[in-house]
Ligand binder design. Structure first.
Ligand code: PLP
Length: 378
């Protein structure tokens, strides 16, 4: 027998409270019993998103929310600005290009975060830009982009500000209304502590006005239809009732903890993980602005990052993540997102120590764990 530990940046572990709620018999999505369930999910998401805007609930993974955020607000030929600092930034570009938008990119070196002044300069240079797309967390590099400062510059223009917060929600403070973010996308299998299968999209009044004139063809992800149905506590297509019931249980746990405490917990777990890695003489991949959802760690010279990822999983049952694309073999990633606490970090750091030693890298066992413990006990 080997006990499994899921420490990947999605899917993340699902708490027993949500699992139990999802074990209830299926109810019909058009029957009256479902209406209060959806109403509660709707309000819970507005709480999490810190918004009064509609938060649509889609039956898809996060990418479906991204896809709809392009097709519903823009027309083919529109100029858009994409902040591309990793695999998920690249995805914005691919989606926009698939729908025929003219994409201008700010290419951010992997491991760095974009500066608001860069966004401001691009918007000044091309006033035709209709929308700015960014990740809050670029999960492939473990970097957090400073959404507050970017929102402040986009807000001064007519451009729509669209944030993929799929891996950032719950781990980072995303103040949708206060910062003026038009569209925020989330996904169920990350901080929200659920299985994959739901995408969430908040939509501001400015974005709804753009939806009225957007000409991109769409069918499944029709946000105006979703809004109409949401007002009746329905979804357009068959509702993923089980996941929405789970969502209410998961959001209740977050509400019981309190958003401020949830954010503090993620900050502490992230600091402890970083301290543990540094104490082992490892380097963090982010050169600035490391994420509170996950930690991307460089494989030490002479050690294959994929071997670290694989040994953690195979020898010790710890599933983290490897590096993507050009970072494959160079980094490995450990998440501390959602249903994560003190001993998830201890497990991760202890596992890293054992794996590195097993791979012949000099490690004094307990060094990283001790450094993490110092922070976790504060
Ligand atoms: N954007 C970010 C920042 C992500 O971390 C992910 C998933 O890892 C996605 C988008 C894609 O989400 P999904 O795999 O749910 O479509």
């Amino acid at each position: 027998m080997q006990k499994k530990y899921l420490l990947a940046p999605g899917p993340t572990p699902v708490p027993p409270e949500a699992l139990l709620a999802m074990a209830m018999p299926i109810i019909h999505h058009r029957a009256p019993d479902f209406l209060p369930v959806l109403e509660s999910a709707k309000k819970g998401l507005q709480w999490l998103y810190q918004t009064k805007n509609d938060v649509l609930i889609l039956c898809s993974t996060g990418t479906g929310g991204m896809d709809g955020a392009v097709s519903n607000f823009l027309s083919p030929g529109d100029d858009v600005l994409v902040i591309n600092g990793g695999k998920f930034g690249e995805r914005w570009t691919k989606i926009c290009q698939a729908y025929g938008m003219k994409v201008e990119e700010i290419l951010v070196e992997w491991g760095y975060s974009v500066k608001a002044e860069q966004v401001e300069a691009s918007l000044k240079k091309n006033p035709k830009i209709k929308a700015v797309f960014v990740q809050a967390n670029e999960t492939s590099t473990g970097v957090y982009h400073d959404i507050k400062s970017i929102a402040a510059v986009v807000k001064k223009t007519d451009a729509l500000f669209v944030v993929d917060a799929i891996s950032a929600l719950v781990a980072h403070d995303i103040r949708t209304d206060e910062w003026g973010i038009d569209v925020v996308i989330g996904g169920s299998q990350k901080g929200v502590m659920l299985p994959p299968g739901l995408a969430f999209v908040s939509v501001s009044d400015k974005a709804w006005k753009m939806a009225d004139v957007a000409k991109t063809p769409k069918f499944y992800f029709n946000f105006k239809k979703e809004r109409e149905n949401l007002s009746k506590n329905q979804t357009t297509w068959t509702s993923p009732v089980t996941l929405i019931i789970g969502l209410n249980a998961a959001i209740k746990m977050l509400q019981d903890e309190g958003l401020e405490n949830v954010l503090k917990r993620h900050d502490k777990l992230a600091r402890a993980t970083r301290a543990g890695a540094l104490a082992l003489g490892l380097k963090l991949f982010p050169k600035e602005s490391p994420s509170n959802a996950l930690t991307a760690i460089e494989a030490p010279a002479g050690v294959d990052g994929q071997a670290i990822y694989k040994d953690l999983r195979v020898k010790y049952g710890i599933t983290g993540a490897g590096g993507q694309d050009k970072l494959k073999g160079k980094i490995f990633r450990i998440a501390h997102l959602g249903y994560a606490d003190t001993f998830d970090v201890i497990t991760a750091i202890a596992g890293i120590e054992m794996v590195l030693k097993g791979l012949g890298h000099p490690v004094k066992l307990g060094t990283g764990v001790g450094a993490a413990q110092e922070i976790l006990m504060k």
